[in-house]
Design a protein around this ligand. Structure first.
Ligand code: ACO
Length: 459
């Protein structure tokens, strides 16, 4: 790579890892004694992935980083910056990034900048922006950036529990990328809120005000969209509307919120200029045009009207990005990028030239709307190669379904191990595929030890 001024900086390569253990949402509904359809239709989720005692955010990130380097044949010495986004706290001082340096030991490369970024589900976006900004800066040394988003989303028993999930995503950053940032198109909204937070350091579970978190998400979305549209207008000297982007990808705590969010963008366009939306949907939205902001966030009728009005556009511009989040659940920092990976998986052969608008949200709260332009590129950094490396269909099929009782049993073991020392894991890694890293023990000084499942091992 030349170190002259880089163009089209963005994502060159991606890989995704999620644990092979999952529970079906339909089975969980019956087990939890809630109405049939509450998790599958009410939340829009199909299945939920979770870590067993041999996996955590560190092992998942080691697995995905070593897999990416190997599958794209990237020399570890060519990584100059490694940024991690995560909200799963294992250590209050030692970063996940430092654990990942073990993957680089054999190469002798210890000259790698970057640490962890944390703010709920937004840390991955902060890490991504850090890498992109580094490549675009005067301190860039011509090497690649590497971003890792890794989280295990777990909730206490109750209505939030079915919105868990777990995964790690790695993204290689550099110039001439097939997924290039439109760097000037970014709209952020950041403010103080107690919608979802983790003040109890003895527990992995968040304190969550579910309803408030939904409203905060939608308010942040409105604000980011407003700023994004203003920036677009300054650059292009015309208004932005939904028709200016081919796809919209959202942070996805659960699919219903994504449906509501796109409906909300549609309503925004209607309020800005009714001609921005389809003529037939205008009468559906017109009764709500006089609502105050506050009324509009509280009205379930408006929510339903938005979703109805936007349905066809949602199917075309959003639905292709929903596969992995519906199957895995919320992956916190990895969720938005898993949604983007779903879009690549479903549409990779027709994406060149298209614009993709991304919306990142992290409780507390921080949010940014930004955009990618998809470009032609050279092997190995092509969309079709990214899709074949990620191998999403096979990974989804290879999962092992746990009955809800066994899932609950597993959460108890994980609660017991959280923050604990001086234990060995059962080392039962029979569900893991060869090449997967796993936790073997935590010693009396809280030091964590990992192994890699032998490539020759039986699965
Ligand atoms: N069949 C079909 N739908 C049903 C059924 C049923 N039997 N029962 C309920 N529903 C629907 C409800 O009507 C509701 O739909 P709506 O939102 O379209 O009105 C939906 O299921 C959810 O049910 P509620 O009773 O409204 O909410 P619940 O108490 O189940 O909590 C919540 C849902 C708030 C999302 C909870 O799971 C939670 O707190 N999750 C974590 C917080 C979160 O993810 N927030 C998002 C942003 S922050 C972040 O990313 C972490």
């Amino acid at each position: 790579m030349a170190s002259s001024h880089p163009n089209n900086v963005g994502i060159l390569a991606m890989d995704i890892y999620f644990p092979p253990t999952c529970v079906q949402q339909e089975a969980l509904e019956a087990h939890d004694g809630v109405g049939k359809g509450k998790y599958t239709i009410g939340l829009g989720q199909d299945c939920m992935t979770f870590c067993t005692e041999v996996e955590d955010v560190i092992s998942m990130s080691m697995t995905v980083v070593s897999s990416l380097l190997e599958k794209y044949n990237v020399d570890p010495k060519k990584i100059g910056r490694l940024e991690v986004g995560s909200e799963t706290v294992i250590d209050k001082s030692k970063s996940i990034k430092t654990f990942l340096m073990q993957v680089f030991e054999d190469s002798g490369n210890s000259d790698i900048e970057g640490v962890d970024s944390t703010n709920a589900c937004y840390g991955g976006t902060a890490a991504l922006f850090n890498c992109v900004n580094w490549v675009e800066s005067s301190s860039w040394d011509g090497r690649y950036g590497l971003v890792v988003c890794t989280d295990s989303a777990v909730y206490a028993e109750g209505p939030a529990r079915p919105t868990g999930g777990a995964a790690a995503i790695a993204m290689l950053i550099g110039p001439d990328a097939p997924v290039a940032f439109e760097s000037k198109l970014r709209g952020s909204h950041m403010s103080h809120a107690y919608d979802f937070y983790k003040p109890n350091l003895a527990s992995e579970y968040p304190v969550v005000d579910g309803k408030l978190s939904q409203t905060c998400y939608l308010m942040a979305l409105d604000s980011c969209y407003r700023v994004f549209c203003e920036k677009f207008k300054k650059l292009e000297r015309r208004d932005f509307s939904i028709s200016d982007s081919d796809y919209f990808v959202f942070h996805s705590p659960y699919n219903k919120l994504v449906q509501k969010s796109f409906g909300r963008l549609y309503f925004n366009d209607f309020m800005r200029n009714p001609s921005f939306v389809d003529e037939v949907s205008r009468p559906t939205l017109a009764p709500y045009a006089s609502f105050s902001d506050e009324e509009s966030y509280q009205s379930r009728d408006l929510e339903k009207a938005n979703q109805l009005a936007a349905r066809d556009t949602y199917d075309a511009k959003v639905q292709p990005s929903t596969l992995i989040p519906k199957q895995i659940g919320n992956m916190y920092t990895a969720s938005l990028y898993a949604a983007f990976a779903s879009l690549l998986h479903n549409k990779h052969d027709s994406l060149v030239g298209k614009r993709v608008v991304m919306f990142s949200y992290g409780s507390g709260l921080t949010a940014t709307m930004f955009s990618f332009r998809i470009r032609e590129s050279q092997h190995p950094f092509t969309l079709s190669n990214i899709v074949s490396v990620m191998n999403v269909s096979d990974k989804l099929k290879q999962r092992v379904e746990f009955p809800p009782e066994k899932f609950v049993e597993n959460t108890k073991i994980m609660e017991h191990h959280y923050g604990a020392k001086d234990f060995v894991t059962g080392e039962d890694c029979k569900y893991l595929l060869p090449g997967t890293f796993y936790l073997t023990k935590v010693d009396s000084l809280y030091r964590r030890f990992y192994s890699k499942k032998d490539a020759a091992a039986q699965t």
